[in-house]
Structures are given as structure tokens and as C-alpha cells.
Design a binder for this molecule. Structure first.
Ligand code: FNR
Length: 385
């Protein structure tokens, strides 16, 4: 409908359909701090650039008279999904819109895009589950040092119907992010993010016992302690066995870029990995995420589910990631821009646009199904562009 409205009717959507203009539209709609945090990256954003350049080095070779219809459905961890696109876990969605995580979760449910709730959320497990309704939802863990808190979070995720657990390994501390340092993001965050994890009963009990004060009376202090408990963690590979023991659904490690780590994840009984560099927000100078996807798929793709994110902006980007062996992709910033521009409707417009662009790209490339989307649809080129 976005396509036919745009082409044939005078009714226009609010959010631009041009992926290159979306960020600029969001910049105008958001406060400096919110925009800087969402759009920002680590260091000089070299890895953000590499994420995009990596896509440019692969070109699709379309085939004619193959198909006008595409079956985009996929199976992930034994369940069927209508297309291979999920909303990336993103913290502090209150920065984009006052409806926080519940507004974006509702947008995702309405367009059948699974929602992955971040640990750094200002809405509770329960409220987000209610907003998702029948929509699929996963949970992303920032892995606290304190095992009791970890177990409490996993228990609440399970009780509230979050199907899969995504454990993010690349952000045990926040990286050097100049825009956030310059705009004073963390104090700002503490001001609006006071619900971070504070609804967790185990965290609350520990905070109150340690400090002798109530979370309600010390929201900023409690938020700081909470942040320190998740961004200050100190785990090793052996600890993955603890997660495996305490989560009986699909266990997925996010932030994998090295083929050795992919193999180690398999060894510890993980069901999947997300090949991701956090959208270039962590290690600046790191390799473009798509660049390492093929070697990781070759190493573990037969034995575990390889997912992908970092840098996806268009439908053909998704075709390329799938062709290189990802079973599904996460999309981050573009949806946050839509959410910032026009709340739930804006996020829906971005997601619907991406779904339509993906469908059209598959059809015009002559690829009738996800199973047919293999490496032979691509060629690697030197000229980029
Ligand atoms: C993120 N990301 C992220 N990842 C995660 O596991 N937990 C989190 O809380 C967050 N928070 C977060 C906030 C913001 C504002 C952004 C932009 C990203 C990383 C995210 O899940 C994903 O890896 C990247 O966003 C993918 O890159 P693109 O699609 O933004 O290029």
C-alpha cells in the first residue's frame, strides 16, 4: 500500500521512503541528544562506513522470466515467520518517542515483525508483552554480573512469552562514542531512563538491602547501580554454560565477528549467533559485519542458525545478507528514525517500506523463495559504488 499510495494516489505517508533522507528527517524531529545517540557510532564512525561499504562490494545478478511472486517465509528455531526481518534490540526507546518500548512493540506486531526487547528498556516485560499481543517477541540480555539478577530476568522473559534469548556480548562496556560524550548523554539517560530494570524484584531487593533506601526514593541512584550491573560485567566463555542451564529456549549470542567465536558458541550448546558489530557503535576500526558473514556461515551454518545485522538500509541489502547465508536479519536505526519522526505510525511506515522493498527486490532479481536466495545470485566486485 505504501507503494501504490506513493505511485498512484495523492495521499502521502509522513515518513520518507528514501533511506538516505530518513536520517535527516529524524535529525529535524528529535532533540540533539536523542538524535546523536541513535545515529551515532564509535570513534570516527569508520566501522559504520565499513558496514555500508561491505554491502556495496556485492552485486545481484538478476534473472528474467523467473517469477512475479515470492515466498518470503522462513523457519527459525522450529517456528515459521512470514519474512526474515526482525526489529533489532534497541535500548532506551523513550529517546525516540514518549510511548517508549510499548509503542514500538505495537508497531512491530501490527506489521508482523518480531520485536526483541532490550534489557536497557524503560517499559516492563509485562507491558511490552501486552503491546505485542499475538505478535512474536524475543528478549535481549545485557548479561549482569549478578547471577540472581540474570536468573530473575530470564524467568520473567520466559513467563511473559519471550520465545528466544539473544545475549549481547559486544557491549559489556560502552565504547568511545564522541557524540554521546560531547552531548552529555549519560546524565541525560539517567534522567529519562529511570525505569531501567528497576521493576526487577531481585534487583530492587538487593539495591534496597545494600543502600538502605527505597528504589522509589532514589531512582537516579538505583538507575546508576542498575547500569553498572549490566555495563561492567566480567564473564568468560565457561559462563555461557550457566545461561544454557538457565534458559530452555533458543539461545543466541549477538556480536559475533570472529569465526573462532562462532565455533565456540556452537561448542557451548548455543542455537544461534548474530553476526553483528552493534551497528558500528562499539569497536571503531572493526571490519564491516557483512564481510565476515560468509566465512562464519561456512564454519557453523550447517549446525546453528546464523543471523545478521549492522548496516541494513534497503531491501536488496537484506537479499544480499540472506544470499550470503544469514537465516534472518535485524534492522536497527532506520526503524528508530521512523519512530522518532512519527511514533508508532512512523515506525510502521519504515518497516512496511522495508518489507515491500525486500519483496520487490527478490521478485525483480528473479528469486522465488528464501531457499533460492543463495550465493550464486551475487557476484563480488572491486569497484564498490
Ligand atoms: C542499539 N543496539 C543494541 N543492541 C543490543 O543488543 N541491545 C541494546 O540495548 C541496543 N541498543 C541500541 C541502541 C541504539 C540507539 C542503536 C542504534 C543500536 C544495536 C542493535 O541491536 C543493532 O545491532 C544495530 O542497530 C544494527 O545496526 P543498524 O541496523 O542500526 O545499522
Amino acid at each position: 500500500s505504501i507503494y501504490s499510495n506513493g505511485m498512484f494516489s495523492s495521499s502521502r505517508q509522513v515518513t520518507t521512503t528514501d533511506p538516505r533522507q530518513l536520517e535527516e528527517q529524524a535529525r529535524k524531529a528529535l532533540s540533539l541528544q536523542s538524535y546523536s545517540y541513535i545515529a551515532g557510532g564509535a570513534g570516527e564512525k569508520a566501522t559504520m562506513d565499513s558496514n555500508r561499504l561491505a554491502f556495496r562490494q556485492w552485486k545481484l545478478i538478476p534473472k528474467m522470466l523467473k517469477t512475479t511472486e515470492v515466498d518470503t517465509s522462513v523457519e527459525l528455531f522450529g517456528e515459521k515467520y512470514p519474512h526474515p526481518i526482525l526489529m533489532a534490540p534497541i535500548g532506551v526507546q523513550a529517546l525516540a518517542h514518549r510511548d517508549k518500548e510499548t509503542g514500538l512493540a505495537a508497531a512491530c506486531a501490527e506489521v508482523d515483525v518480531p520485536y526483541i526487547l532490550s534489557t536497557a528498556s524503560g517499559s516492563s516485560f509485562e507491558d511490552v508483552a501486552a503491546s505485542c499481543g499475538e505478535g512474536k517477541k524475543w528478549y535481549q540480555l545485557y548479561w549482569p554480573n549478578d547471577n540472581d539478577i540474570t536468573v530473575s530476568l530470564l524467568k520473567r522473559a520466559k513467563e511473559n512469552g519471550y520465545k528466544a534469548l539473544v545475549v549481547t556480548l559486544d557491549t559489556w562496556t560502552l565504547a568511545w562514542r564522541p557524540a554521546d560524550l560531547d552531548t552529555g548523554y549519560l546524565p541525560f539517560l539517567a534522567g529519562i531512563g529511570t525505569e531501567f530494570g528497576l521493576t526487577d524484584p531481585v534487583f530492587r531487593a538487593k539495591f534496597e538491602a545494600d543502600t538502605g533506601s527505597k528504589v522509589e526514593d532514589e531512582p537516579l541512584g538505583a538507575a546508576r547501580v542498575w547500569l553498572q550491573s549490566i555495563f561492567g560485567a566480567n564473564h568468560n566463555w565457561e559462563d555461557v554454560a550457566f545461561l544454557r542451564k538457565n534458559w530452555d529456549g533458543p539461545l543466541i549470542l549477538k556480536g559475533i565477528q570472529h569465526v573462532d567465536d562462532a565455533r565456540t558458541a556452537l561448542k557451548y550448546g548455543c542455537d544461534g549467533i548474530v553476526v553483528s558489530n552493534h551497528g558500528g557503535r562499539q569497536l571503531d576500526g572493526a571490519i564491516g559485519s557483512l564481510e565476515v558473514l560468509p566465512e562464519i556461515v561456512d564454519a557453523v551454518g550447517k549446525d546453528m542458525t546464523v543471523l545478521f545485522d549492522s548496516g541494513i538500509r534497503t531491501g536488496s541489502d537484506i537479499v544480499k545478507a540472506i544470499a550470503l547465508g544469514a537465516k534472518a536479519v535485524f534492522v536497527g536505526r532506520p526503524v528508530m528514525y521512523g519512530y522518532g519522526i512519527n511514533g508508532k505510525e512512523g515506525a510502521k511506515e519504515v518497516l512496511q517500506g522495508l518489507l515491500a522493498d525486500f519483496y520487490l527486490s527478490m521478485a525483480i532479481a528473479g528469486i522465488p523463495s528464501i531457499a533460492d536466495c543463495r550465493r550464486e545470485v551475487l557476484r563480488r566486485v572491486q569497484y564498490g559504488g
